[in-house]
Design a protein. Sequence first.
Length: 395
Amino acid sequence: MSQPGRIVAPPAFLADPALRAVLAALPRARLVGGCVRDALLGRAVADIDLATPDPPEAVMAALAAARLKAVPTGLAHGTVTAVADHRGFEVTTLRRDVATDGRHATVAFTDDWQADAARRDFTINAMSMTADGAVFDYFGGLDHLASGRVRFVGAAAARIAEDYLRVLRFFRFHARYGSGAPDGEALAAIRDAVPGLARLSVERVWWELKRILAGPDPAGTMALMRACGVLGALLPEAGDEAPLAALVAALVAAGAHSDPVLRLAALIDGDGAAVASRLKLSGAEAARLVALRAARSPPDDADDDALRRALADTPRDVLVGAAWLAGSGDALRSRLAAMPVPVFPLAGRDLAAGGMPAGPAMGEMLRALRDWWLHGGCRGGAAACRAELARRLRG
């Protein structure tokens, strides 16, 4: 086991003036969580969180004395946001669990760093770092980080029973930080914990699934989740992982950005509306998933008229996504991305100006004219469409 207080080369982000100002105001604080883990691996650091043995009221007073803004983000949970140079840094008082119910914990404040570390999920998340780069590691996180082992702090079954969301977090962290076979004790505990997953809110399930899908090997992670019974319990609509694996390989080869909803569309079978409703996707996510599942990509050899017809009826991003899902070539996606979206040039006012009275017949005429325009490859402009209108009105 690694010893507390091991000195490492101070990560570059510790030189950040805003962070230095907060640490100077709170000399007993340490950096915790993801910023420590990612900095030790030489990865980019996103959110910077701190912990301190000082109670939140003392934290706010110390920040005020240093002329830094303090926002009482969640005083009941011991969290204060320190603002320096217009940036926020969450500072949380050390805590210990008093009671847990499988999702939420009742906590009490403490000044014991090891007690606070003991309530965290994985050893690689339980480390803390001082302003000078001293790493305090009570459960072997440094060694596990170096060897690519994602292990629970203490007994895996007990930690999962405290919060069943840790099942999904295990898969997410193994995909991002693990190497080799996953921890056997963790997998055994996860299999036993599958019935407890019903306690999780669907919003939190989707939050975690979205991040797993955005990860480096979502198909492999989904296969592991399926083998443990987790995927069937949380996403019964999931089909074979092969289409997802093929999609991700193509996206990575093309240097395309990660799109969790597109990856979800490749994973599930059938209508996306039921999945979107059950997991309570946002309105935009739900609409995109349904559209991706319903859309059909034009063939690779489609001519320009066919592409214009497709773009007239389907949003460009959905068509490009459908092309990814269909395994279409780069050339088709490039053509879809570059081609202007055709817009039917007539509206009801144009028909009224041509002498047609308002009513159901006007709507029928507009639909017929648009079909004519589509059949012609969407090449007709306003003048051509008005001429066709006049021709139809004459007889």
